[in-house]
Design a protein around this ligand. Structure first.
Ligand SMILES: [Zn+2]
Length: 112
């Protein structure tokens, strides 16, 4: 398997996610510095930050998966199903480079 191809995709994804998290961080800090607000505005902000928290979590989870996949490339175990140890279908990896299982075991591990 051409792991270099997937390594490039994963490294690009890692960069994108790291930047998204950093951008989000600075945005949150700026808002935290804003002073005096009406009660309604504060309530709205809370809802906003709930959503942001969810997005943040999604980004972080994805980043963890990308890094796990990169670590597997390093150890030569990338692209193997974690259930049956068979190679994962290339088209599945193309669609989801962080896939951990083959198509047959898609539902055995949660995720992807
Ligand atoms: Zn499998």
């Amino acid at each position: 398997m051409d792991t270099n191809h997937f390594k490039e995709i994963l490294l690009a994804e890692e960069k994108r996610l790291t930047e998204a998290l950093a951008a989000e961080q600075s945005e949150a800090t700026e808002e935290g510095n804003l002073a005096v607000e009406t009660r309604d505005e504060v309530a709205e902000k809370f809802e906003d930050s709930d959503e942001r928290e969810a997005t943040h979590q999604t980004l972080e989870n994805h980043l963890t998966e990308v890094r796990n996949a990169l670590a597997k490339i390093g150890t030569g175990t990338y692209g193997k199903c974690e259930v049956c140890q068979e190679p994962i279908e290339i088209d599945r990896l193309e669609a989801s480079p962080t896939a951990k299982t083959c198509k047959k075991h898609l539902s055995d591990l949660n995720g992807h």
